[in-house]
Design a protein around this ligand. Structure first.
Ligand code: MG
Length: 248
């Protein structure tokens, strides 16, 4: 079921969004080669809890970290641990906060030092596809308009699009209806209405669409072994256009 949020509920979600965005900002400031993915997780936990939130990924479906920290060929659900970041790596940090019972969810893929030009372009294009898709999230538009926007933008640039995972509604639960895929037909799917809150999150591969899950049961990696980027915002659908609640 899709829930429509009241103004006071949106205010709490906006606060949850702010806390999550702040945590991502601090990760961006502290990120250095030599750090482990667990170091990032600790920063996320500290920044969310010290700002009045709870890390809502922790124990969600049994996930062991406060953030999903996915390096290079890891697409999503990287488990924080001993993997050390090296110059030239990229790292996707996906996190969310719960504030007074309301959730946020956001992701950014950071470059660790200098990265290869084609990888830099992958990050820029994936982020640009997110902002294009957000523009499509207007009252009266359909979910398929968002999906199609991501698909066209990324296909035109020759990238692979992860199809097995998608964006989602959000509110009291981290994952609510509707699903928001990164590929689809314009003019199809649920119509967007004022008061909906959705997470739009393109997961885009440098090479090929296909992914698989590692034996740890969580971490999704590209079949090609090549890089994957992931950018996500939580968006409030309003009569005056989409409002990003996780703006950094
Ligand atoms: Mg999400």
């Amino acid at each position: 079921m899709v829930s429509i949020k009241s103004a006071s509920e949106i205010a709490k979600m906006a606060e949850a969004g702010k806390i999550a965005a702040h945590a991502l900002n601090v990760v961006g400031e502290k990120l250095r080669p030599g750090m482990t993915t667990l170091d990032i997780d600790k920063i996320v936990h500290r920044e969310i809890t010290s700002h009045g939130g709870e890390p809502n990924f922790l124990h969600l479906y049994g996930f062991p970290g406060s953030a999903c920290v996915s390096v290079n060929e890891e697409v999503i659900h990287g488990i924080p641990g001993g993997r050390k970041l090296r110059e030239g790596d990229i790292v996707s940090v996906d996190l969310g906060a719960r504030y007074k019972g309301w959730n946020s969810d956001t992701c950014y893929t950071f470059a660790v030092g200098e990265i290869a030009p084609e990888v830099k372009k992958l990050l820029e294009d994936t982020e640009a596809s997110l902002y294009k898709a957000i523009e499509a999230a207007q009252v009266g538009a359909r979910i398929g308009d968002i999906s199609h926007t991501v698909e066209v933008y990324c296909r035109e640039r020759g990238y692979g699009i992860v199809q097995n995972y998608c964006g989602h509604g959000i509110g009291r639960e981290v994952h609510e209806d509707p699903e928001v895929p990164n590929h689809g037909k314009a003019g199809h799917g649920m119509r967007l209405a004022e008061g909906m809150t959705i997470c739009i999150e393109p997961m885009i591969n440098l090479v090929g669409d296909d992914v698989h899950t590692l034996p740890n049961g969580w971490t999704v990696v590209t079949d090609s072994g090549s890089y994957s980027a992931h950018f996500e915002h939580m968006v409030h659908i309003t009569a005056n256009g989409p409002v990003i609640l996780t703006k950094r």
